[in-house]
Design a protein around this ligand. Structure first.
Ligand code: ZN
Length: 133
């Protein structure tokens, strides 16, 4: 398993981690397999979406914040229930195919670490599994 650190700078933020995941795959020399990118936090998430137009991730963040307000009649005493809910909705991992030694992402796809309770210093875990082809 590999681990790297992501430092976030806002309460809600998408950080493009595609290059960092790509680098781990290339260093590993896995030719064919599966790459799991995992977020070990309850107020953050991992997703794959467009990385060509930054307005896309901005729109996702805005819509999530409209659907899940920061302040509501939440019970959780820590005061960050919105972040926990966003984390569960977006999900804590993504799996990407490794083909010919590199990540097989669509043309417009990037891998994002999604911060919902920042700024914080976060961890990302990456596991690579070799397959036949
Ligand atoms: Zn909490």
């Amino acid at each position: 398993m590999h681990e790297f650190i992501v430092k976030t700078s806002s309460r809600n933020e998408f950080v493009d981690i595609t290059d960092r995941v790509r680098a781990l795959v290339q260093e590993s020399e896995v030719e064919a397999g599966l790459c799991t990118v995992y977020c070990p936090h309850t107020t953050a998430a991992i997703t794959i979406n467009e990385n060509a137009d930054p307005d896309v991730t901005e729109d996702i963040l805005r819509k999530l914040s409209t659907l899940i307000p920061t302040r509501e009649n939440y019970r959780h005493i820590e005061g960050n229930s919105d972040a926990h809910i966003k984390s569960s909705l977006v999900g804590n991992s993504a799996q990407i195919i490794i083909h010919n030694g590199s990540l097989r992402l669509g043309t417009w796809q990037g891998v994002y670490f999604c911060e919902f309770d920042g700024p914080r210093t976060r961890k990302v875990w990456v596991s690579l599994i070799k397959t036949d082809r």
